[in-house]
Ligand binder design. Structure first.
Ligand code: AGP
Length: 608
């Protein structure tokens, strides 16, 4: 979604804001703008396209001032062009607003304002806010903002400035993430900490209904009744290097190659090898309550939903508890069966995905206990869940999720191990799984050491127009994930399918032009996928097989083979996903795609 950053201090604001926007660009990158308090009033500059376009547009004559707000956009209302870029300014030119979210009743509010003579210059819902605040303004900006927000339905993270109060930024949050950064004699507002990490690690996360008033001397937080709210200050433990590319051509490749370390970090201090057990300090649930759980719902979106499917199989196989996996966007609007003995596991890299957050709140409202598997520390899901497991995978900047996925599956395996051993899983079986988990980092490294093989494979298939990914059991979700990676960064149409399901339709797509990736580790269902590979080969499909050993039964039936180390069946998706991430990456690079910021996508989907 959109990215917001604001600055007030002694330094020239424009370069600070542009630098902050660049760090938020993964949130949305179709247009950008700044509004600077230049001593006379509010001066705005906007440009369609990437932030570099805005930067060059203002380079010759940058607005001058030590207070400003800025925005990078992911379009929801109105096409990505300069006219719809933020900030949006009120009719009297005094108030500027940047907004992340959706004003659901914008149409009716707009009609009311037009009836009062307001003329709209953009197609956005956000412009309604700038005019509404003007209508409510009576000398105090936060009061006017509160008055305007009382009329608004929908979600927002906003920052507002007014030339009548030249030393103040008012920020407000409902649904979209926003924080205040506390610097040394300077203050920031931002959608996430990466925008301001170069200047401070001290942040105040805003919650729904918070209004922050930030001035040169400090900040305070109000609620919508203008009552002061005390907020904790959190120290960010990420460092700048973690949000830099570190010499890699793309964040995605850096994050793929970080996986031996990130998987290690997810297990650090949690895996107890000798007992075949795991220790999870943040679950915040007693052993008795955990054992009283009689059904589990796992809800998520996108890649996180794929890891949920793997979690379902792990928990059902080893813990013998029924598990339902739910698309968060569907779960929140249907009438699901949830009881106080339901555990709702919520998976989200960003911890801010609107549908997943709403699904968690709905499960909670129906009495479930909630457990968040989240990467972003301090995110809304992490702050609102009953307990959680942080992934410790570090910041994930590339829009296509990679290291978060493998860490999500590892975190689900840790949770499964704990619950299964608490129930009736033998110590021997637990130890075998724990020891296999401990080997994952070196096994992933051994795959990365042969990335070139995948790069050559990508050369073969860079012009493909379609791809099919097949897997069985634990690797059906890995097939879905492989297909998603290719789709989202190379724009090639790809589908993941349970291998046996192929006969019921998709097999019609197969001919000598169709590459078919078959995930075929030597696991419990290997014999079955062998026959599916034969079915593909019989239709001249190009078979790319991910295998774990020499398979005489596959001789002459596969065109390309990539070997991955053998491990426990439930862990194979982790190893099988790495070559599929690389295949998608290299094909996208060879097609000249913007791998880190694929078209139409955003890293964290904070609107419905
Ligand atoms: C994955 O590569 C995509 N970026 C997207 O599907 C993502 O997984 C989805 O939006 C969920 O995000 P979350 O894990 O931050 O909630």
């Amino acid at each position: 979604m959109c990215g917001i950053v604001g600055y007030i201090g002694d330094k020239i604001a424009t370069p600070m804001l542009i630098e902050g926007l660049k760090r938020l660009e993964y949130r949305g990158y179709d247009s950008a703008g700044v509004a600077i308090m230049n001593g006379n009033g509010v001066e705005t500059r906007r440009a369609a396209g990437k932030i570099a376009r805005l930067e060059s547009a203002i380079a010759s004559n940058p607005p001058h001032g030590t207070l400003g707000i800025a925005h990078t956009r992911w379009a929801t209302h109105g096409p990505p062009n300069e006219q719809n870029a933020h900030p949006h300014v009120s009719q009297n030119g005094k108030i500027a607003v940047v907004h992340n979210g959706i004003i659901e009743n914008a149409t009716s509010l707009k009609a009311g304002l037009e009836a009062r003579g307001y003329v709209f210059k953009s197609d956005t819902d956000t412009e309604v806010l700038s005019h509404l605040i003007e209508t409510a303004y009576a000398g105090n900006l936060e009061a006017a903002v509160i008055e305007a927000l009382r009329q608004v339905d929908g979600t927002y993270g906003i920052a507002v400035i007014s030339s009548d109060e030249k030393d103040k930024i008012v920020a407000a949050r409902k649904g979209s993430p926003l924080l205040v950064g506390i610097g040394d004699g300077e203050y920031f507002v931002a959608s996430d900490a990466s925008a301001i990490l170069a200047h401070t690690r001290q942040v105040v996360y805003l919650d729904d209904g918070d209004i922050a008033v930030v001035t040169r001397d400090g900040y305070h937080v109000l609620d919508l009744d203008s009552v002061i709210r005390e907020k904790p200050v959190t120290r960010i433990d990420w460092d700048l290097a973690q949000i830099e590319r570190g010499g890699y051509p793309h964040f995605m490749l850096k994050e793929i190659f970080e996986q031996p370390t990130t998987v290690e970090n997810t297990m650090r201090g949690r895996l107890i090898l000798e007992e075949g057990f795991s220790k999870l300090g943040g679950l915040n649930i007693s052993k008795e309550d955990l054992l009283a759980v009689d059904n589990i719902i796992i809800t998520a979106c996108g890649t996180s939903w794929h890891s949920a499917l793997i979690g379902e199989m792990m928990i059902e196989e080893l813990c013998r508890i029924p598990v339902e996996v739910e698309y968060a966007s569907e779960f929140r609007y249907r009438n699901p069966i949830v009881t106080p003995r339901t555990l709702c596991i919520v998976i989200s890299q960003s911890g801010e995905t609107a549908d997943t957050l709403a699904a968690m709140r709905e499960a909670k409202r129906r009495g479930a206990r909630t457990l968040g598997l989240v990467n972003q520390v301090g995110s809304t899901i992490a702050r609102e869940d009953d307990g959680g497991i942080y992934l410790h995978a570090g910041p994930e900047i590339g829009v296509a999720s990679t290291k978060a996925f493998t860490s999500q599956v590892v975190a689900l395996a840790l949770f499964t191990l704990k619950l299964a051993r608490l129930r009736d899983l033998s110590v021997a079986r637990g130890r075998a799984i724990a020891q296999a988990m401990a080997k994952l980092p070196e096994q992933i490294q051994s795959i990365l050491d042969r990335a070139e093989e995948i790069e050559q494979l990508a050369e073969e298939f860079k012009r493909a127009t379609n791809f099919l990914y097949l897997g069985r059991g634990y690797n059906f979700p890995a097939a879905l994930e492989g297909a998603l990676k290719l789709k989202e960064i190379s724009y090639i149409h790809a589908e993941g399918y349970p291998a046996a399901e192929m006969k019921h339709g998709p097999i019609a797509l197969i001919d000598e032009m169709m590459p078919v990736v078959c995930i075929a580790p030597h696991d419990a269902v290997f014999d079955k996928i062998t026959s599916n590979i034969q079915e593909v080969k019989a239709r001249k499909g190009k078979v790319i097989a991910i295998t774990t050993r020499d398979e005489p039964s596959l001789a002459g039936k596969i065109d390309y083979e990539f070997r991955i180390p053998e491990t426990e069946d439930l862990l194979t998706p982790i190893l099988a996903s790495v070559p599929l991430q690389l295949l998608a990456y290299y094909i996208a690079v060879k097609r000249g795609c913007n791998v880190d910021q694929p078209r139409n996508l955003a890293k964290s989907v904070t609107v419905e």
